[in-house]
Ligand binder design. Structure first.
Ligand SMILES: C[S@@+](CC[C@H](N)C(=O)[O-])C[C@H]1O[C@@H](n2cnc3c(N)ncnc32)[C@H](O)[C@@H]1O
Length: 242
């Protein structure tokens, strides 16, 4: 086996347990988008149902809601059925193919509160300051190349008193116990080989609670909390603009 060179040691993900970035362009082809769409209908869809429930508990007022990394639109399309039709729902995604798919899903939806979807990057949001009352994001954070810039953009486009709620996976420690647990979880949810491989890649790209705390400490937000939920697999990040 080739010995690790000093160049390898400097590459992210080469030390045990270190984050392995996935890349923001991971879902740029139609094939990846369609595969993701199928995955998002597997039992893993429970994760999004859970986020919708958390948002509902926040008792959202009739303002504008932004979903960052909206993917195929499943989150805003579910939320649209629960929130008042006065809420304007906007999703942005860096992948044009994801936005295309989300717009196809809008056409099939019977919700009265239909979201808009646009192609844009989270670290340069195409909106005026204080345009939103609630910003949400589900399972996208692990792909952001510059999460610190995204948090500052979220701060800029949030209204004073507005809230953000982000859910993503959490990178577990590199122990056999956690590998075993992940293996069991992927078997229980009936994932096929492609889905399992992609799930593992996504998990390796996820942040830890401490990494996100460090990013938020250096952001413009002063009121936030980061914790882990759902049998410790999930990272929950919430805050308000004071
Ligand atoms: C795993 S998918 C999750 C999609 C959706 N939120 C869901 O729960 O089904 C992550 C999404 O984030 C998008 N994404 C990654 N980096 C982004 C960025 N910097 N700005 C906007 N979207 C981004 C990807 O294109 C992808 O559609």
């Amino acid at each position: 086996m080739r010995q690790k060179s000093s160049q390898d040691i400097d590459k992210p993900g080469t030390r045990p347990g270190e984050r392995v970035p996935l890349g923001e362009d991971y879902f740029c082809s139609r094939e990846q988008v369609d595969r993701y769409h199928t995955l998002s209908r597997s039992p893993l869809r429970y994760l999004v149902t859970n986020v919708v429930r958390c948002v509902q508990k926040k008792k959202v007022g009739p303002g504008c809601v932004l979903d960052i990394g909206s993917g195929t639109g499943r989150f805003l399309l579910s939320l649209g059925k629960k929130l008042s039709h006065q809420n304007k729902l906007i999703g942005i995604d860096i992948s044009r193919e994801m936005v295309k798919k989300a717009l196809e899903e809008v056409k099939k939806s019977n919700s009265i509160n239909l979201p808009e979807f646009h192609a844009a990057s989270a670290d340069c949001l195409p909106f005026r300051d204080a345009a939103f009352d609630l910003i949400i994001s589900s399972y996208s954070l692990h792909q952001w190349a510059h999460p610190e810039r995204v948090f500052n953009e979220v701060h800029r486009v949030l209204n004073k008193g507005g809230a953000f709620l982000i859910r993503d996976g959490k990178r577990p420690p590199p122990t056999l116990f956690w590998r075993f647990l992940l293996g069991i979880a992927s078997k229980m949810t009936g994932l096929n080989n492609w889905q399992r491989l992609n799930w593992y890649k996504a998990v390796e790209a996820c942040y830890t609670v401490d990494e996100i705390k460090d990013i938020l400490e250096h952001s413009q937000f002063t009121s936030w909390k980061v914790y882990s939920d759902l049998v410790f697999f999930e990272l929950c990040i919430e805050g308000t603009k004071t």
